[in-house]
Design a protein around this ligand. Structure first.
Ligand code: ATP
Length: 253
């Protein structure tokens, strides 16, 4: 059984069919990329799978169990974490506290109950701080453990977001354009980090425009165009597909 199965998934926003009858499945342990021209439906697909949107029709299964309609929090607790196309870093908190938010999201089913147990919470916070520092080290931000986000480069903040998602201890991580806006050196650092995340056993789902990175990292690639599945396969299969070439060169109607 695949880790994630998507069947005939559609969502319509008024007249806009952002995702239309898309089906695919993702096996555990792979890097699976979703590519396509601007407006193809990639982020919408992420939003559907991670519970931000409820589909108009279709089915999403995690470990065989239907998950569409469940909240993002519930899905996070079931092992799905994500990063966003636009940075979602809280500038009022230190870098490490941003990472700790990920762990809190994992643990706090009942925040009120947690507040009543303040001493235990404090001990837990110390443990989480240590765990978060380890994750910052893992993403190459060890020297920023005591820093504030406004002292960090954009590239470092993109990796901080990945550390926060990892603090949720996911089985499946969704990365929405982790290399967008990065220079070539920063892009390479993210490329290495995604490989490291995948090697640690976490299944990676990637939306990315940087084709070198996509081809380098992906075990399988889904190509969307106008909300529809245009092709799916290995990098080599997808690259040689005439429909994909036409979509990217804009030669189709
Ligand atoms: N909440 C919404 N309401 C109305 N239309 C939407 C909404 N979200 C997305 N769309 C539309 O759905 C289509 C797909 O958008 P989406 O952002 O998923 O594309 P994308 O492939 O992620 O694009 P990009 O590469 O530019 O990020 C677009 O036509 C977009 O305008």
């Amino acid at each position: 059984m695949s880790l994630l199965e998507v069947k005939d998934l559609s969502i319509h926003f008024g007249g806009v069919k952002a995702v239309q009858n898309v089906s695919f499945s993702i096996d555990s342990g792979i890097v699976y990329s979703v590519i396509g021209p601007n407006g193809a439906g990639k982020t919408t697909l992420f939003n559907l799978i991670t519970g931000v949107y409820t589909p108009t029709s279709g089915e999403i299964r995690l470990d065989g169990e239907i998950i569409q309609g469940k909240s993002p929090d519930e899905l996070a607790r079931r092992g799905m974490a994500r990063t966003f196309q636009n940075l979602q870093i809280c500038m009022n908190m230190s870098a490490i506290e941003n990472v700790m938010v990920g762990a809190h999201l994992r643990l706090d089913r009942n925040l009120f109950k947690a507040i009543l147990r303040l001493p235990a919470l404090k001990r837990r916070d110390e443990a989480l701080r240590e765990e978060a520092a380890g994750l910052m080290e893992f993403v190459g931000l060890g020297k920023y453990v005591g820093a504030r986000p406004d002292a960090m480069s954009y590239g470092a903040l993109k990796r901080l977001e990945i550390a926060r998602a990892l603090a949720m201890k996911p089985r499946l991580i969704f990365l929405d354009e982790p290399a967008a806006g990065l220079n070539p050196k920063e892009t390479q650092e993210v490329d290495h980090l995604v490989r490291k995340v995948a090697d640690s056993g976490i299944t990676v789902v990637l939306v990315e425009h940087d084709m070198k990175m996509v081809m380098n990292l992906s075990d399988r690639i889904l190509v969307l165009d106008y909300g529809r599945k245009l092709a799916e396969g290995t990098g080599q299969e997808v690259r040689g597909n005439p429909d994909v070439i036409a979509a990217y060169l804009g030669t189709h109607a």
